[in-house]
Write a protein that binds this ligand. Structure first.
Ligand code: AN7
Length: 359
């Protein structure tokens, strides 16, 4: 007999962690059963970088739209429905728009996304278009698009679902809960990419709330990584024209700037930056040592970890977690471009295939 129900044994992050979230029994939850993503040990990668610690990747690519944004978006769209909104809007480097478009479709809301023209990875653009969002390419960068979204929000005609909407951060903190649930405690260090800085703010809140609730005993050092050229927090001032291969974090004036600074300071962690070259090296190394494909932004914290190993900063035996925020297939063009390989074209015979193999 097939059991009725819709949750496959996992109810999505709102129902799973309801006691930590601004919801109640009558909240009209909009979910795609996001969350419950794997925490993947990567010992071959650790060996390749000369580390002596336990590294686990929180693989957020396994969410319904293949990024961590779904944790915050289930909250934001649920809240929009509860408030009677009809149109939601966001600015995005790609993943927020994909997630907003999907959850809006699920809820029957009109979704408008503002994207920096020409700087969106193709997988993400395909999602917004297919989910049916009204997709607007702004002739400017993410920061320009977010400024316009704030102005649209002030008209009262639309609900903003960027992380300046505080319920987004509430939803995203559930990833920290899941890490503690799997490990039995918080790790020694948590590494993650920093763009608009909502996620580092959310994790830090999540780790603290779990400790304060007695569900973990400690909190990790928060290690946030920006891309050189798009590293306003590291530089200490906004960057007018941010540039990096990691388009997800190509942001010059992060909305949650102070949240990121506090997370690093209060946890004894750091916010630093790594170059595009270091990012692409880590991106390829992870794929080739572990079979784990992530988008370039996720490789920023991995490149940062490589730096920390080189500088002898990580005590032996540490437990380290790192958020892999989005799937590698989001940005197939970068994967193809930097892979270093092209398909070998041969005649359709066994001899021709053997001829190009080094067996
Ligand atoms: C893969 O989608 O800002 O520091 O508009 O897509 O919380 O901004 C995406 C950000 C890291 C940075 N990794 O997180 C957007 C957007 C990936 C991302 C970040 C983003 P925040």
């Amino acid at each position: 007999m097939i059991k009725p129900g819709t949750d496959n044994g996992w109810p999505g992050v709102i129902r799973k962690y309801a006691s930590f979230l601004p919801v109640n029994a009558t909240t009209p939850v909009v979910t795609l059963l996001e969350g419950n993503t794997p925490l993947i040990p990567v010992p071959r990668f650790v060996a390749a970088i000369g580390g002596n610690f336990d590294l686990r990747l929180k693989y957020e690519a396994m969410n319904p739209t293949c990024s961590f944004k779904d944790r915050g978006m289930t909250m934001a769209i649920t809240n929009a429905v509860a408030r009677g909104a009809r149109t939601v809007v966001c600015a995005s480097t790609g993943n927020t728009s994909a997630s907003a478009a999907a959850y809006s479709a699920r809820a029957g809301l009109h979704c408008v996304v503002l994207l920096p023209e020409g700087k969106i990875a193709h997988g993400k653009l395909s999602q917004a278009l297919l989910y049916g969002a009204t997709t607007v390419s702004v002739q400017g960068n993410f920061d320009d698009a977010l400024r316009i979204v704030r102005e649209l929000g002030e008209t009262g005609l639309v609900e903003v679902v960027n992380s300046i909407n505080p319920v987004r951060i509430e939803g995203q903190k559930t990833a920290a809960f899941e890490i503690c649930d799997v490990l039995g405690d918080a790790p020694d260090y948590h590494f993650l990419p920093v763009g608009n800085a909502g996620n580092i703010t959310a994790y830090w809140r999540g780790f603290r709330e779990y400790r304060d609730a007695g569900l973990s005993r400690r909190v990790p050092r928060m290690m946030g990584w920006q891309a050189l050229g798009a590293d306003p927090i590291v530089q200490g001032h906004a960057i007018a024209h941010p540039e990096t291969v990691a388009t997800a974090i190509r942001i010059g004036n992060p909305a949650s700037w102070s949240g990121a600074v506090e997370a690093a300071r209060d946890s004894g962690g750091q916010i630093r930056s790594v170059s595009d070259e270091e990012i692409l090296h880590a991106y390829k190394l992870l794929a080739r040592t572990e079979g784990v494909m992530v988008e370039p932004a996720c490789a920023a914290p991995l490149a940062g970890l490589i730096r920390c190993v080189r500088e002898g900063e990580i005590p032996a035996g540490s437990v380290i977690t790192a958020t892999m925020t989005g799937h590698g297939l989001k940005d197939p063009d970068t994967a193809i471009r930097v892979s270093g390989f092209t398909p070998k074209v041969v005649a359709a015979t066994r001899e021709a295939v053997l001829g190009v193999l080094d067996l």
